[in-house]
Design a protein around this ligand. Structure first.
Ligand code: FRU
Length: 478
């Protein structure tokens, strides 16, 4: 049996390339029954290098088929991040009858186009590249969408520590429209994208930006702004010192959404990594994976509108139930998960009221990762300082925490894979994404509390691998 996708640390239900380096998701688009995932790829090394666009497709966002590399470096430069749009009316003149167009950055910070005349399988670069010259050292990551009211394509571009907007009738000629900066979170901005949401009959816009230096868990974070967009300018509803994070963990960067997803859903996918240590990760023969796809909503909360994320529901089909319980009380100090083991696990926990507890995952004789909820402070803390291999980079062994607003009860939704965790709390308002490099045999689970734990609902599932025949090699009910 092939050992590919069975290597230590290999995620079993997250996307990772068969081999070599992956960073940002690129060109996410749903087209004719398939979700297309392109990604920053170095096909000769497990470290970053001359960028290509890797390619995979999925009918359901759960199972993936790898396809040949879509875009190679050319005489201009290597291929950095960008998006793919469906040019239905052939505004570009490049896709008679309508087709997919990639709008990307070259490594020299000029912008280029490529088009596909076979629904995304093969790609040709536009002979007029680059379509936009470089303006400075950091001028990249175009995200393009069709703005119906102005009948123009709109591009957002990361320019040092702000976002510039450009408009175009045909994707080939672009005109500067406006700039947005917030000035509060310092450092380089990358991979911006602008998304419309309907809130009480009005369109409200979310501007997502990856910030390289400042993040809630150290370097690298996914920030968002809520505001208006008139086709030219984005205006923030909040003062510049309001900082909203889409993720409180260290490992969700360059996240973007799929264009044209069914039912107008916004489905987010991020690179599950952090530039600070990405090149040093000890995973082989690949390096890099994506987060779970997540559905985005803009919800009214007591603090105002907030971006909320829920894991893409199709993942339910990977479930193999280990434990389903309803109302019960676990005595203080007892393990509510006694007898369960697993590294690829989904856990849904609902408490009658917010109360302190500790959840230990990927637990072995020496190593473990600890999640601690502090009811008085309303926070959840993740401690991965002893998760397993932390020695490969000094910045990896970290503790981070997030506010976890609780109502009458408290609800958590946790996904564990071989080398990561994703936590969704407060109806998806609080998200933590973190890599954990734990040994294959460190599969213990423990949920304890200093007071009797009043559980309304607890579900634990082993999740089948998406790579190859359904099975769950690393999860068992003893
Ligand atoms: C973000 C980023 C982008 C760039 C790409 C290069 O992670 O630095 O700004 O286009 O990665 O691989």
């Amino acid at each position: 049996m092939s050992t590919l996708y069975r290597e230590p640390y290999r995620p079993q239900f997250h996307f990772s390339p068969p081999a070599f380096w992956l960073n940002d998701p690129n060109g996410l688009v749903y087209h004719k029954g398939f979700f297309h995932l392109f990604y920053q790829h170095h096909p000769f090394s497990t470290q970053w290098g001359p960028m290509h666009w890797g390619h995979a497709i999925s009918p359901d966002l759960v199972h993936w088929q790898h396809l040949p590399i879509a875009l190679y470096p050319d005489a201009i430069a290597a291929i950095f991040s960008g998006g793919v749009v469906f040019d239905a009316d052939n505004t570009s003149g490049l896709v008679p009858g309508g087709g997919l167009i990639a709008v990307f950055s070259y490594a020299n910070q000029t912008q280029g186009l490529a088009f596909s005349r076979d629904d995304g399988l093969t790609w040709e670069k536009y002979s007029g590249n680059p379509v936009m010259p470089a303006h400075g050292e950091h001028f990249r990551d175009p995200h393009v969408f069709w703005h119906t009211p102005t009948r123009r394509w709109v591009m957002s571009l990361a320019v040092a520590d702000c976002v510039h907007f450009y408009t175009s009738p045909n994707l080939r000629h672009w005109e500067f429209a406006g700039a947005f900066s917030a000035g509060h979170v310092a450092g380089l901005w990358e991979v911006p994208s602008l998304l419309p949401f309907e809130v009480e009959g009005k369109t409200v816009w979310v501007l997502l930006v990856s910030v390289l230096k400042a993040g809630p868990a150290g370097s690298g974070g996914l920030q968002y702004f809520i505001g208006d967009f008139d086709g030219h300018l984005f205006s923030n509803h909040h003062p510049p010192d309001t900082v909203l994070w889409a993720d409180f963990g260290p490992d969700n960067y360059a996240a973007v959404t799929f264009h044209n997803a069914p039912h107008n859903r916004h489905i987010l996918l991020g690179w599950m990594n952090n530039w600070e240590y990405a090149n040093a990760l000890p995973t082989r023969p690949w390096n890099g994976s994506m987060t779970l796809p997540r559905l985005l909503r803009l919800e009214k909360t007591p603090a105002g509108l907030r971006l909320c994320q829920t894991p893409y529901p199709e993942f339910r089909k990977l479930r193999h139930p280990l434990l389903i319980t309803t109302t019960h009380t676990v005595p203080a100090g007892d393990n509510a998960l006694a007898g369960l083991r697993g590294k690829t696990i989904e856990l849904v926990l609902e408490l009658f009221h917010p109360q302190d507890f500790t959840l230990v995952v990927h637990q072995g004789a020496v190593y473990h990762t600890r999640l601690t909820y502090d009811a008085a402070r309303g926070t959840i803390e993740v401690d991965r300082t002893r998760c397993g291999d932390t020695a490969f980079h000094p910045a990896f062994a970290r503790l981070f925490s997030a506010p976890l607003p609780a109502g009458a009860g408290l609800k958590l939704h946790l996904f564990l894979d071989e080398s990561c965790l994703e936590l969704f709390g407060a109806e998806g308002q609080t998200v933590i994404t973190a890599l954990l490099l734990s040994a294959p045999e460190d599969a213990g689970l423990e949920l304890t509390a200093p007071q009797p734990l009043a559980i309304r609902h607890l579900e634990v599932y082993a999740l089948h691998s998406i790579w190859g025949a359904p099975h769950s090699p690393h999860a068992t009910a003893l």
